[in-house]
Design a protein. Structure first.
Length: 70
């Protein structure tokens, strides 16, 4: 899990990129509180072999789930 709350873009995307490059997880949970980060992480996921889904996680936060495509 990556907790990127409190960071503005591009840091949440950079954090996800590092995790994907280092560990290539099957599933990755990411917490953000910036709507721009939701869009950018979703775009990154789709361009790098993952699907992304986002859901509200209380207040201004969002929880994203990235899953590696089969």
């Amino acid at each position: 899990m990556i907790d990127a709350r409190g960071y503005s873009c591009p840091m949440p995307v950079v954090m996800v990129q590092k995790e994907v490059k280092a560990h290539a997880p099957q599933t990755l949970e990411v917490l953000v509180d910036d709507p721009c980060a939701v869009e950018n992480i979703t775009r990154f996921a789709n361009n790098n072999g993952y699907t992304a889904s986002a859901r509200p996680d209380g207040g201004d936060a969002f929880a994203l789930t990235l899953e590696r495509k089969a």
